[in-house]
Design a protein around this ligand. Structure first.
Ligand code: MG
Length: 280
């Protein structure tokens, strides 16, 4: 009585968990989940009613095959997955569950226009000796390094392609919204708005939709860029700790206004170390 309906239906689990995937959940080189403890720790939290989000730049099909399907196979009651959210392509695509059934969504306002995607793919064809198009990306075009190349060999061919892609953006007057993003093993043509800030916003939105208001958030990453998740949660007034499982010297500047924990062990080992020490 007296309380607004919304407050009465909002549940407040003690914790919410956000994980980068590569090098945090999966082994950095094997690109698979090799630490058994990862699933055990995640399932324990889902069963307690604590929300878990996987936040990655990868295509959803990659995350489903290597992480979510093996995780799900260890859960009998699939409604436990209603507490899981998978954010792919830096927030542009997502999977969530209702009554144990998955729903797939795409942010079409963020997707590359068809003509731009076609031209970008065509340009990439000329570089197929050194790089290939990721067929699974839904909202962007990613051109990745072929196996067996050194990073230097790849880079010599990557930069001319990036230049060509920038010319295509310019010719279609698309530079205001879209960008060519170059990293160590891939070139991405993508919307400028997508990053881990954006993905963390999607997680916040999902939580409010399912009526959860967690007391404390933990965001895990192995790259400095993963801090964007913690920055965004903090900006939204959430209590957050950033758990860094990467190389200490790559962490960069300290986050402002929230706690950062650096684990002793690294990558997936660091994730298990922290989760075990922090019993819910
Ligand atoms: Mg990573």
């Amino acid at each position: 009585m007296g309380k607004p309906q919304r407050e009465e239906t909002m549940k407040s689990p003690n914790h919410a968990w956000l994980f980068d995937v590569d090098g945090v959940i999966t082994h950095p080189e094997k690109k698979q989940v090799v630490r058994k403890g990862i699933f055990t720790e995640i399932i324990k939290r889902l069963k307690l009613g604590e929300p878990v989000a996987l936040v990655t730049g990868r295509a959803l099909s990659w995350v489903m095959e290597r992480v979510v399907n093996p995780l799900s196979s260890e859960i009998d009651d699939k409604t436990v997955l209603d507490r899981l959210f998978v954010s792919g392509e830096f927030g542009a695509s997502r999977i969530q569950w209702k009554n144990g059934k998955p729903f797939h969504g795409i942010d079409s306002s963020i997707s590359l226009p068809k003509k731009l995607a076609e031209e970008a793919r065509k340009a990439a064809e000329a570089y197929k000796d050194t790089q290939h198009i990721d067929p699974d990306k839904e909202t962007m075009v990613s051109i990745e390094m072929n196996d067996g190349l050194t990073v230097d060999e790849f880079r010599r061919n990557q930069l001319p392609l990036a230049k060509r892609l920038n010319e295509i953006l310019a010719s279609q007057n698309a530079e205001r919204k879209f960008e060519v993003h170059v990293d160590r093993i891939a070139t991405n043509v993508r919307h400028k708005a997508i990053n881990k800030h954006y993905a963390a916003q999607q997680v916040i939105r999902w939580l409010s939709k399912i009526g959860l208001s967690p007391k404390q958030f933990f965001a895990f990453g192995d790259s400095a860029g993963d801090r964007e998740m913690a920055d965004e949660l903090h900006r939204e007034g959430k209590a957050v700790t950033f758990v860094f499982v990467g190389h200490k010297e790559e962490l960069g500047s300290k986050g402002k206004g929230y706690k950062t924990v650096i684990t002793e062990e690294q990558c997936d080992d660091g994730t298990v170390e922290f989760l075990k020490s922090k019993e819910s």
